[in-house]
Design a binder for this molecule. Structure first.
Ligand SMILES: [Zn+2]
Length: 391
């Protein structure tokens, strides 16, 4: 068509120009046809399709990244919907990854989406990271952040780390040659329970969207070569006071992973243990299964290990012993030693420790309510509102 009119354009430029889709970003001098081609020929691994992942994925897919890998094994829950904008209430109980893939395919059929229906773990980390140009970590927990860091640094892959909490969040590009890694910034994980997650402390949906959008922007800045050459520019956002602040980090020579005398040469065996999270050794019961137990008339004793204020604000009728007092008040529970004991807290952190304590004390049939009181509320809310809930 062009040659008929007496001029020549190379095929890439022709295909880009003939599509309206990317016009508004191609006319930017920082992008251009060449930049669009860089974006199109890139592959990005996104971990999680939640509050951060949802907006990361939407913007990267809309921008025309060639291939996106999505690691996500969860199902949609009612409590996700205020911030996880890829999902609707009709998706409750369905695979997040499958729904996300369908939504994103509709958004931009040019982009290949590969959904990995598995958790990002030491078993698959190397294989997954190896197959992509850059990793974007939209997870919400410290074990995954350290695992992403270690896998990326050991394989020499750049990655973008992000976090969101209430009105605040942060974004940083790490793992570039001579640049810092996550362990350079945070050599030790925080004390468990000291730093809360979304489930415990909450998050404003729009704030998760802002942070996810920043992570997508930083990804594109990297793909276009507009990033700081060594990364390490940490953008801290506080939207309660409407403040953005930038801190620049360089490599920490004492870093155990990427410093001058490294001591870590492979992935750790257990990132949860590294972050001080006790192993789940009690049996786990979901709110839906507990609901069935009630219907079936299965007898159990319920222990609530939250604080009295939390109990007063709402409870499931359990016997209250705050987790900090459990060791000294085990006598109260000895009559239930051989009975079925179901333990819960707000979202599952304290109950995991409490169930371990009971098992160590010789209790024989101990269960941990998955997701705690919040999941229990969400289950009944969804049951009442939609007639179905997360299994
Ligand atoms: Zn480091």
């Amino acid at each position: 068509r062009f040659s008929d009119r007496g001029f020549f354009l190379n095929p890439i430029i022709t295909s880009v120009f003939t599509s309206e889709r990317y016009q508004r970003q191609i006319i930017m001098p920082e992008v251009g046809v060449e930049g669009q081609e860089k974006i199109r020929s890139s592959t990005v691994l996104v971990i999680g399709a939640g509050g951060l992942g949802g907006s990361i994925l939407q913007y990267l897919v809309a921008a025309g990244v060639g291939k996106i890998g999505l690691v996500e094994a969860d199902v949609v829950e009612g409590s996700n919907l205020h911030r996880q904008i890829l999902f609707t209430h009709q998706d409750i109980g369905q695979s997040k990854g499958a729904i996300a893939k369908a939504v994103l395919n509709r958004l931009n059929p040019d982009v290949e989406i590969q959904h990995y229906n598995e958790r990002f773990s030491i078993k698959n980390a190397y294989t997954l990271v190896q197959s992509y140009d850059i990793v974007v970590d939209g997870s919400d927990n410290f074990p995954t952040r350290y695992l992403v860091n270690d896998a990326c640094v050991l394989l020499g892959k750049p990655f973008i780390s992000g976090a969101v909490h209430r009105f605040e969040g942060q974004v940083v590009l790490l793992g570039l040659p001579d640049g810092p890694c996550y362990r350079c910034l945070y050599p030790k994980p925080p004390t468990p329970g000291l730093v809360a997650n979304c489930a415990e402390e909450g998050v404003l949906g729009a704030v998760a969207g802002v942070i996810g959008g920043l992570m997508a922007t930083e990804t594109l800045r990297f793909l276009l070569g507009l990033h700081a050459p060594k990364g390490g520019e940490l953008l801290q956002v506080d939207l309660k006071t409407f403040r953005f602040a930038k801190f620049v980090f360089s490599k920490n020579t004492a870093c155990l992973l990427c410093g001058e005398a490294p001591e870590i040469f492979d992935l750790l065996e257990n990132y949860e243990a590294f972050c001080g999270i006790p192993e789940q050794i009690a049996k786990v019961v979901t709110p839906a299964e507990l609901h069935d137990w009630k219907i079936e008339g299965i007898d159990y004793f319920m222990l609530d290990v939250r604080e009295p204020e939390e109990y007063a604000a709402g409870n499931m009728g359990g016997h209250l012993i705050p987790s900090g007092q459990l060791t000294n008040r085990l006598d109260e529970l000895m009559q239930y030693r051989n009975k079925r004991v179901v333990v819960h807290c707000k979202s599952g952190g304290r109950s995991r420790e409490a169930t371990k304590l009971l098992l160590d004390a010789g209790f024989t049939d101990v269960w941990d309510i998955k997701g705690g009181f919040l999941a229990y509320l969400a289950f009944y809310h969804a049951l009442d509102a939609f007639g179905k809930s997360t299994p």
